[in-house]
Design a protein around this ligand. Structure first.
Ligand SMILES: Nc1ncnc2c1ncn2[C@@H]1O[C@H](COP(=O)(O)OP(=O)(O)OP(=O)(O)O)[C@@H](O)[C@H]1O
Ligand SMILES: Cc1ncc(CO)c(N)n1
Length: 272
């Protein structure tokens, strides 16, 4: 295969650091052809979210159909889904579009709260998002998101974090990337936790990198899940994917000081 077609279904960030804009840069940085369907227009910057405007769900469906009626999609990454109606629309599209053809790789970034603390998913949509996970290959929660998906409390213990990820992996038969950005310590560890199959669970794979002292962490989560979707579509293994993503993220965080974007949590440098 040549360059794979990767679709982001997510919200926008007009300052370019998170959401769809970050996804498109991350797809390009990892060798994918980026496409996007907008779930919500978000008036936000590096300081916070000001307003959210979601198109009618019929229009969301029209965007999704426009892509899948014409283009072979090799991987999908979902980000901000926002409401029950949006999640149901994406689910119905997915089931119809891939009823008679093999479904693409699906990476779900369970976006709930922005780095600034603003909510991006209605509380009443959490159970719909959990149901949506049954279609996914990979889910990429941070610490608070993993707690909600596993029905537990946010943890500061790495063994508890793995246990929560195991619960989610087994409940949906998917791979979980438990991200450690919100944990303390001099290193940041991300772990791939696999579902039990045939009574056995493949060994958890963890990559830890030195924690970088920076406030430029806006959109790191979006960018990691978009990177993973692209690398899987390009045929990398799970382990190879995590090695590659962590190495790139480290350089993207270090390279952020070449940028001068905003007065809050700035973006990473997608092309370090
Ligand atoms: N200070 C840091 N130094 C090195 N790597 C980091 C740092 N902070 C986050 N990361 C990496 O960035 C990625 C995102 O991790 P995190 O747990 O912060 O996700 P998130 O909360 O979803 O991100 P976002 O800030 O976009 O919401 C992970 O791969 C993590 O290892
Ligand atoms: C649209 C959007 N998606 C995700 C995040 C999380 O970083 C954000 N700030 N905005």
């Amino acid at each position: 295969m040549g360059i794979p077609n990767i679709l982001s279904i997510a919200g926008t960030d007009p300052t370019g650091g998170a959401g769809i804009q970050a996804d498109l840069k991350s797809f390009a940085a990892h060798g994918g052809y980026g496409m996007c369907v907008v779930t919500a227009l978000v008036a936000q910057n590096t300081l916070g979210v000001r307003a959210i405007h979601a198109p009618p769900v019929d229009f969301l469906r029209a965007q999704l159909d426009a892509v899948s009626d014409d283009v072979t999609i090799h991987a999908v990454k979902t980000g901000m889904l926002g409401t029950v109606e949006i999640i149901e629309t994406v689910s119905q599209w997915w089931d119809a579009a891939f009823e008679h053809s093999p479904a693409p790789t699906l990476v779900v970034d369970p976006v709930m709260v922005a780095t600034s603390g603003d909510r991006l998913l209605n509380e009443d949509a959490e159970s719909s998002l959990i149901e949506f996970l049954n279609r996914a290959d990979l889910v990429t929660p941070n610490v608070p998101e993993l707690a909600i998906l596993s029905g537990a409390e946010p943890t500061s213990s790495s063994s508890e974090l793995i246990w929560q990820a195991e619960r989610v992996a087994d409940a949906h038969q998917i791979v979980v990337l438990a991200k450690g950005g919100h944990m303390s310590g001099s290193r940041v560890a991300d772990s791939l936790v696999f579902p039990t199959s045939g009574g056995q669970r493949p060994e958890t794979y963890t990559v830890a990198t030195p924690r970088i002292e920076t406030t430029s962490t806006h959109g790191t989560g979006c960018s990691v899940s978009a990177a993973f979707a692209t690398l899987r579509a390009r045929g990398l293994s799970w382990h190879g994917g995590l090695d590659s993503v962590k190495d790139w993220m480290q350089r993207a965080l270090e390279g952020a000081d070449q940028l001068d974007v905003g007065r809050g949590n700035g973006p990473i440098n997608h092309f370090p």
